[in-house]
Ligand binder design. Structure first.
Ligand SMILES: Nc1ncnc2c1ncn2[C@@H]1O[C@H](COP(=O)(O)OP(=O)(O)OP(=O)(O)O)[C@@H](O)[C@H]1O
Length: 255
């Protein structure tokens, strides 16, 4: 059996008197779309922030691609192979769509941002390769026609696509998406669904936080449900949907 891409055991995080995460385990197989759901305040974003080095965990062991992984600074996380998007879109609004993706790509290249600025031949060649790959990614997510458009002038749904293209530019082992469907209309959600399936078909592994339960149930291979920072269920969408603890957490009115 192929080893999992991500193995997390006992992740925990406390904020003062609040245990925001408590003993969270997660095993994500390669090529899966894995869902993380739970009521408001359940700890989903905290989990993402721990996974991507924005918060230091109080405990837990982390393994990525068969190697110990200690989430530290966000750029180290990208180098280790995890790219993420944010609940609130974080693009460089005044830069073009193409430039936004090129910035993501620089994480993976030898010269880095500084090298690309220097006008050495190697840097110029690398810059051309970065540009070509960024254009490919814009095409992959379906917005190649807007390469030169300023990011803030893109529609909401296209900004979400651009964020995904920028994350993919780092060639991540794991793409972590924090509520990618938030604020989308029904048509944009359908488009997002198609895009995520396309990313999966290209061999990538996705971890998805999403409030739209219908979208999650229809897309994910497996799901973990958090409530008050603790995992209350794990399994296939069908298993999770009929789990009494999950039904209680969502319908019990405790939130
Ligand atoms: N930086 C922080 N300092 C203190 N408390 C925090 C911090 N970040 C999150 N919390 C608390 O931790 C708990 C979990 O919050 P978190 O944002 O992870 O939940 P969530 O499941 O992502 O919620 P939502 O679905 O509303 O985004 C909440 O009670 C929240 O108030």
């Amino acid at each position: 059996m192929q080893a999992n891409l991500l193995n997390i055991t006992g992740a925990s995080k406390r904020f003062g008197g609040l245990q925001a995460l408590s003993g969270v385990d997660m095993r994500i197989a390669r090529g899966q779309i894995y869902g993380l759901i739970g009521p408001n305040g359940a700890g989903k974003t905290t989990f993402f922030n721990v996974l991507t080095g924005l918060y230091q965990p109080d405990g837990g062991s982390f393994e990525l691609d068969g190697k110990p992984y200690s989430p530290s600074a966000p750029h180290e996380v990208a180098k280790a192979g995890i790219a993420r998007t944010f609940q609130n879109i974080r693009l460089f609004g005044e830069m073009s769509a193409l430039e936004n993706v090129m910035v993501g790509r620089h994480v993976r290249t030898r010269q880095g941002v500084l090298g690309a600025v220097l006008r050495y031949r190697a840097a110029r060649e690398e810059e051309a390769a970065i540009r070509a790959r960024a254009l490919e990614l814009l095409d992959f997510v379906g917005i190649a026609g807007f390469a030169r458009r300023t990011a803030r002038h893109l529609s909401y749904g296209d900004q979400r696509r651009l964020e995904i293209a920028r994350a993919l530019a780092t060639d991540p082992l794991l793409l972590a998406l924090d509520e990618p469907a938030a604020g989308m209309n029904a048509t944009e959600k359908l488009g997002l669904r198609e895009l995520l399936l396309k990313i999966k078909a290209s061999g990538s592994t996705i971890l998805l936080i999403e409030h739209d339960v219908k979208l999650v149930m229809g897309l994910c291979d497996r799901i973990t449900v958090l409530d008050y920072g603790k995992p209350i269920a794990e399994g296939t969408p069908a298993e999770v949907q009929r789990n009494p603890a999950v039904i209680e957490a969502y319908l019990g009115g405790s939130h």
